[in-house]
Design a protein around this ligand. Structure first.
Ligand SMILES: [Zn+2]
Length: 297
C-alpha cells in the first residue's frame, strides 16, 4: 500500500485533494472511514491537542492503524496543530503518520526557528513522519463564530507572501506547508436578509494559492475548510491545494444530530442507538466533502 507521502503526491498529480477530518471519538472515526471506503479515496484523520487528550494518542493511533492494515486501506493519522515539543514527542511515540508543528502565532523569524527545531527532532526519531509547518495566523477555534476574530490574516497584505513561503520551506525543511490564503478556522455565521443564518466565511485568494504553489516545492494544505464555498474549493484544489482540513462541519453534524436524537427518544439510554444519527450525519458531511475534493461530483 502507498504511504502518506505517495498518496499526497498522487493527489497533486491528479489535481485532487486528500480530505483531512478531525475526530474526538470512535463515532466520527467510523463515519469518516466508512465514507472514504465507500468512495475508495484516501483519507487523513486529525486530532488537535484537545481532541488527542480526550481520546488518547495511543488509542487514536491504534484504531487508525488497525483500520489501515486490516482493510488494506489508505487511512492515516495526523497530529493537528501541535504547539509544544512535549506534544510532538507524544505524537511521535504514539506512531502518528504526520505532525503539524504550528508556531504560526509567533513572529515569522521565531516561527522558522521553532519549526526547524521540531523538524530536526522528528527526523531524528523517524524518517517516515511527514511534517507540516504554518505561516500566517488563521485563528484557533473550530467553532461557529459570529464575527471574524481579530488578528487573523485575511486582508490582502497579511496573506502569506510567496517569498516568505519559499524561505520558510527552505530553512525549516518541512514536507508540507499551510499558508494563510483567506481561510480561517471555524465557521462564521450571520443572518441574511430573511434572518436565516448563513456562512459568511471570506473568499479564498485563488491567485495567491497559485503563486505560492509556484514558489515552493512542497504540497500546500488548506486549513479552516468548513464554511468555504464549493467553487472556491474547486479553484483552490486546481491551483495547488493537496490537502483540505474540515473540522467544524463534523462537530456541527455530531451535535445537531445528537440533540435531535435525544429529543426524539427521551427514554433511550443505549449509546449506540442515541449516537446512530450522529454517525450518519458525519458520514454524509464527509462523503459530500470527499466527493468534491476528489472531483467525483
Ligand atoms: Zn487547522
Amino acid at each position: 500500500m502507498n504511504n502518506l507521502k505517495d498518496v499526497i503526491d498522487q493527489a497533486g498529480k491528479k489535481g485532487v485533494a486528500v480530505g483531512h477530518f478531525n475526530i474526538s471519538d470512535s463515532v466520527a472515526l467510523k463515519a469518516i472511514f466508512e465514507a472514504a471506503q465507500e468512495l475508495r479515496v484516501p483519507v487523513i484523520i486529525g486530532t488537535s491537542e484537545g481532541e488527542a487528550k480526550f481520546l488518547g494518542r495511543n488509542m487514536a493511533s491504534a484504531m487508525v492503524k488497525r483500520l489501515r492494515v486490516d482493510n488494506d486501506f489508505p487511512i492515516f493519522l495526523n497530529s493537528d496543530h501541535t504547539h509544544s515539543m512535549d506534544e510532538v514527542r507524544d505524537a511521535v511515540s504514539a506512531g502518528y503518520d504526520a505532525i503539524i508543528f504550528d508556531a504560526s502565532k509567533l513572529p515569522f523569524e521565531e516561527n522558522i526557528k521553532q519549526t526547524k527545531l521540531a523538524v530536526e527532532y522528528i527526523r531524528s526519531k523517524s524518517k517516515d513522519i511527514l511534517i507540516e509547518g504554518e505561516i500566517g495566523f488563521i485563528g484557533s477555534s473550530s467553532q461557529v463564530l459570529t464575527a471574524i476574530p481579530s488578528g487573523i490574516a485575511i486582508s490582502p497584505e497579511s496573506l502569506t507572501k510567496p517569498e516568505d513561503a519559499a524561505r520558510f520551506v527552505k530553512e525549516t525543511g518541512v514536507d508540507l506547508l499551510a499558508p494563510a490564503v483567506g481561510n480561517l478556522h471555524g465557521i462564521v455565521m450571520a443572518p441574511d436578509a430573511n434572518g436565516v443564518l448563513r456562512s459568511i466565511n471570506p473568499r479564498l485568494d485563488i491567485k495567491r494559492i497559485g503563486e505560492l504553489k509556484n514558489a515552493v516545492n512542497v504540497p500546500l494544505v488548506l486549513h479552516g475548510g468548513s464554511g468555504i464555498a464549493d467553487d472556491d474549493f474547486r479553484s483552490a484544489i486546481g491551483s495547488g491545494i493537496s490537502i483540505v482540513h474540515i473540522n467544524t462541519e463534523i462537530r456541527l453534524a455530531w451535535k445537531n444530530k445528537l440533540e435531535e436524537s435525544l429529543k426524539k427518544n427521551r427514554d433511550e439510554v443505549a449509546p449506540y442507538k442515541i449516537l446512530e444519527p450522529s454517525l450518519e450525519g458525519i458520514r454524509s458531511v464527509v462523503k459530500a466533502r470527499l466527493q468534491l475534493f476528489n472531483k467525483l461530483i
